[in-house]
Design a protein around this ligand. Sequence first.
Ligand SMILES: C[S@@+](CC[C@H](N)C(=O)[O-])C[C@H]1O[C@@H](n2cnc3c(N)ncnc32)[C@H](O)[C@@H]1O
Length: 264
Amino acid sequence: MKKIQIEKCSHACEPDKCDTFQFMAKKLGMKVLHPGGLDATETIAERCGISPDTIILDAGCGSGSSSIFLARRYGCKVVGVDIDQSLLLKAYTYARKNGLLDKVAFRLVDIHDLPFQDDTFDGALIQAMLIFTEKSKALQMLYQKIRSQGFIGVVELAWKSPPPDKIIKRVGDVLCGAAVNAELHDGWINRLHESGFDVVHAEICDLDFTFGGMLKNEGVASTLRIMFKGFLDESVRRKTGEVTKLFRETRKYLGYGIYIGRKS
Ligand SMILES: C[S@@+](CC[C@H](N)C(=O)[O-])C[C@H]1O[C@@H](n2cnc3c(N)ncnc32)[C@H](O)[C@@H]1O
């Protein structure tokens, strides 16, 4: 397992030159990058009965917001893995500030090649991340690392109905190139089945931005800082406006799904 080098983030992304997830993480400094935010994470946690005895893998943890949320709320142990060192550094710093280093750990690891023993985890969380992976390989890898009767919780962009090519192109251009790897709601359910999971919950939701959601995800101080950035920086306002317009115009097709599977 590689050690995380502690160094400053070198990404100074211009919002127009990077994808929306990079824009949110690197330009706005947002911590929660998956649709549905911590409410979606909480839905999974409640339905899976997470307790202080639970050990969870947060695959593609980014800056660790969900790992930290779960450890703080449920007292469980979480290992977050990601391939972005700068986000892992933020995750570590955030966990240290919250006094949670006895409960959460972060590793620089590619999800396709997880260096853990089989059946290590009681569950895995994979949020806004599958679209960046070789899906079958990533899901099979997670299946191996979860114990029997353990759970997988997926939050991911999903098509509500088959999109025309022009909608796929627009979503790829405005939101993120990898967004075109989203699947139909039923497609995600089938993928989980094919990887060996019994799907025990599946819901499709609208992509919405709410001020209340942002407060819950980012906290008061960060929300104010992000709003202030938008107020001062024209390029931030432009990008935010483009994404909001995209969500409105593609609402009929694009949403996100919350899926829970059990390893049989
Ligand atoms: C959109 S962000 C979501 C982050 C986090 N799950 C959240 O919900 O806030 C996607 C994350 O997946 C990570 N990622 C992409 N490909 C990966 C891979 N092959 N292995 C591990 N992490 C990966 C990225 O670095 C990024 O942090």
